[in-house]
Design a protein around this ligand. Structure first.
Ligand code: MV4
Length: 447
C-alpha cells in the first residue's frame, strides 16, 4: 500500500480523496494555488505545497510543479480527481517515468479514449454496441453523403478530439451536410489542432446512461451498475441518479456484463465510465471517461462501496475488494450539484458564503469543501458541493431529497438550490420521465 498520496486537485473532490486516504491510514499531500490557501482540504491535509498563482495553467495544470511537489514531499502516488490532469496521458506517462503511481489507468488507455474515433473503434471491437455511423474519420463530402444516406438523416458530425459536447454539428438533410461538415472540421481544427471528424446517426430523444466500471489491474473487470445523467444544461450535468429510472434489472445486468467483459479484455486498470445514449430500449456507446466522476457518490450510495478506496487498492496492486457477485444494488440515490450560480441563468456567483448549513439525517450525504465565512474564488468551476440522497426506493429518495433541500442553507451568494426545489416537485421528474433535452426545454419555458 502507498505511504503518501499527493492530491492534484481542489474543492470537494480533493476533500473526498483526502477522506479516503485518512481512512486507509495513508499520509496526504495537497498542492494548491495561491487562491486556495484557505481551502478546507489544505487545512485538513498532512502537508500542503503551494504550486503557483490562481490560473489553472500555472498551478493545477502545471505538471512540472506537481512532479516537483511529489519529489519534495516523497509522495509515492498521485490522485488526480476529476478535470484538470485526470485524463492527461502525458501526465500519467511522466509520473510513471518518475516511479510515482498515477491513480488511474495507463497513459495508453487514456490516449485511446481521448481520441473519440479510436475510442469508438475500440468499443466496437470489444463488443460494446455503438451508434451507427462512419467507420473512422470522414475523408471528404462524398464519403459523408454516402454514409449519411446509408444510416439515414438526421446525422451528427463530431470532432475526434472533442468530446463532452464540444465540436458537434447536426445535419437534418443532405442540403445541410456540406455546411455542417465544413464548420465542424474548421472549428475542430481551430479548437483542438486536429480536424478529424466522424459521422453518426443523430438520436433525437435519448437518455444519457453511463456504466461505472473498474479494471482490477490483473485482467479482471466488474461493473457497478449505471447512472442516469440525462438532466444536463449545456453539457453540464445538474442532477444524476442511480439506478436509471428507465432500466430494469435484466437490462442493467446485460449492459453491465458487456462493459465488465470489455474492460477485462482491454486489460484496463482502475475506475472508468462507459457513456451511452439510450433510446427505444437500445444502448449506443458514445464515449468513455477514464477517471472518477463527479457523480460517483450515487453509485457508492446504492452499492455501499467506496470507489476511491477501490481506486487506491487497484493502483497499489492490491486488486478490488469485491467480485461481481458481491456487488448488489440497494435502493435509489439522487445527486444534486450545488453550484455558485444564478439558478435560472447559471451566471457564476462567486463571493463570501456568510452562512452554510447542511442537511443531515438518514440517507443524506453532503460532499463539499466550503464552510461559513469561506470566500469562493472566481477562477475555477462553480461546483461548491453535492447533495446525495439515498432511499429504499425512488419515492422514498425523492421525499428525503425534498426535506433535505428545505434544510440546506447557503447565504451570501446565489446557488442552484432553488432550481432543485422546483425540480423535486415536478411531475415529469417525479415519474422519471425525462430525456437529455428535458431540462433545457424546462428552463426555456421559465416555469
Ligand atoms: C449525440 C447526440 C445524439 N445523437 N450523438 C453530447 C455530449 C457528448 N458526450 C455526446 N453528445 C451527444 N451525442 C448522437 N449520435 C446527442 C448528444 C447530446 C447530449 C448527450 C448527452 C447528454 C446531453 C446532451 C445534450 C445535447 C446533445
Amino acid at each position: 500500500m502507498f505511504q503518501k498520496i499527493l492530491i492534484a486537485n481542489r474543492g470537494e473532490i480533493a476533500l473526498r480523496v483526502l477522506r479516503a486516504c485518512k481512512e486507509l491510514g495513508i499520509q496526504t499531500v495537497v498542492v494548491h494555488s495561491t487562491a486556495d490557501s484557505d481551502a478546507m482540504h489544505v487545512r485538513l491535509a498532512d502537508e500542503s505545497v503551494c504550486i503557483g498563482p490562481p490560473p489553472s495553467r500555472e498551478s493545477y495544470l502545471n505538471i512540472h510543479q506537481i512532479v516537483a511537489a511529489c519529489e519534495i514531499t516523497g509522495a509515492d502516488a498521485v490522485h488526480p480527481g476529476y478535470g484538470f490532469l485526470s485524463e492527461n496521458a502525458k501526465f500519467a506517462d511522466i509520473l510513471a517515468a518518475h516511479n510515482i503511481t498515477f491513480i488511474g489507468p495507463s497513459g495508453d488507455h487514456i490516449r485511446i479514449m481521448g481520441d473519440k474515433i479510436e475510442a469508438k473503434r475500440t468499443a466496437r471491437r470489444l463488443g460494446i454496441p455503438v451508434v451507427p455511423g462512419s467507420d473512422g474519420a470522414i475523408g471528404d463530402e462524398k464519403e459523408a453523403k454516402r454514409v449519411a444516406a446509408e444510416i439515414g438523416y438526421p446525422v451528427i458530425i463530431k470532432a475526434s478530439a472533442g468530446g463532452g459536447g464540444r465540436g458537434m454539428k447536426v445535419a437534418h438533410t443532405e442540403a445541410d451536410l456540406e455546411v455542417a461538415l465544413q464548420t465542424a472540421k474548421s472549428e475542430a481544427g481551430a479548437a483542438f489542432g486536429d480536424d478529424a471528424v466522424y459521422i453518426e446517426k443523430y438520436l433525437e430523444k435519448p437518455r444519457h446512461i453511463e456504466v461505472q466500471v473498474f479494471g482490477d489491474g490483473a485482467g479482471g473487470g466488474v461493473h457497478f451498475g449505471e447512472r442516469d445523467c440525462s438532466l444536463q444544461r449545456r453539457h453540464q450535468k445538474v442532477w444524476e441518479e442511480a439506478n436509471s429510472p428507465a432500466l430494469n434489472a435484466e437490462e442493467r445486468s446485460r449492459i453491465g456484463g458487456i462493459c465488465a467483459k470489455a474492460i477485462a479484455d482491454l486489460g484496463y486498470s482502475g475506475a472508468g465510465t462507459i457513456e451511452f445514449l439510450y433510446e427505444n430500449g437500445e444502448f449506443y456507446f458514445i464515449e468513455m471517461n477514464t477517471r472518477l466522476q463527479v457523480e460517483h457518490p450515487v453509485t457508492e450510495a446504492i452499492t455501499g462501496i467506496d470507489l476511491v478506496h477501490e481506486q487506491i487498492r487497484v493502483a497499489s496492486g492490491g486488486g478490488l475488494s469485491v467480485r461481481q457477485e458481491d456487488i448488489k444494488f440497494n435502493g435509489h440515490a439522487i445527486e444534486c450539484r450545488i453550484n455558485a450560480e444564478d439558478p435560472r441563468t447559471f451566471t457564476p456567483s462567486p463571493g463570501t458564503i456568510t452562512h452554510f448549513h447542511t442537511p443531515g439525517g438518514l440517507g443524506i450525504r453532503v460532499d463539499s469543501g466550503v464552510y461559513s465565512g469561506y470566500k469562493i474564488p472566481p477562477y475555477y468551476d462553480s461546483l461548491i458541493g453535492k447533495l446525495i440522497v439515498h432511499g429504499r426506493n425512488r419515492v422514498e429518495c425523492m421525499m428525503r431529497l425534498r426535506r433535505a433541500l428545505d434544510e440546506f442553507v447557503v447565504d451570501g451568494i446565489k446557488t442552484t438550490l432553488p432550481l432543485f426545489r422546483d425540480l423535486v416537485g415536478n411531475p415529469d421528474i417525479a415519474n422519471g420521465d425525462y430525456d437529455i433535452h428535458w431540462l433545457e426545454k424546462y428552463l426555456a419555458k421559465g416555469e
